[in-house]
Write a protein of this length. Structure first.
Length: 137
């Protein structure tokens, strides 16, 4: 971020971080539900057990790319956050004796790409459409 580049509004930062975390939890919940274990599993901690490695890696991703500076940026924030979330999440799953089978890695990589990068692509399209309609009006 240059000295002349305005800081991202706090609302954008908070919304982006919360949305990223919520989408990671949705990813974990869909995965659990699709494997017939139930979303919450025995003892009610299944979702937390599945989601925590990816949530921890998501936090690291935000720190690594300084996501609060440009939370809606696809190149500066979304892509690095996605890469760190997948790689870090898989590493944490491996060290915590959770599965990292190749098919799961592929599905997680594609799904998290769609979720973490996809919502920012949609937001960019909406912002462009608003800017065009505002300039034309």
């Amino acid at each position: 971020m240059s000295d002349t580049e305005p800081a991202a509004p706090r609302a954008h930062v908070a919304l982006a971080l919360v949305l990223d975390a919520a989408l990671v939890v949705v990813f974990a919940a869909i995965g659990r539900a699709s494997h017939e274990r139930g979303v919450f599993g025995d003892g009610g901690l299944g979702l937390a057990t599945t989601a925590w490695p990816f949530l921890a890696a998501l936090a690291v991703g935000w720190l690594v790319c300084l996501g609060w500076r440009r939370p809606l940026s696809i190149v500066r924030t979304a892509v690095p956050v996605w890469v760190v979330t997948v790689a870090g999440g898989m590493l944490l799953r491996a060290v915590s004796d959770q599965g990292t089978a190749l098919p799961f890695v592929i599905v997680a990589t594609v799904t998290l790409l769609v979720l973490l990068v996809g919502w920012r692509l949609i937001a960019a399209v909406v912002r462009r459409m608003r800017a065009r309609s505002g300039a034309a009006g």
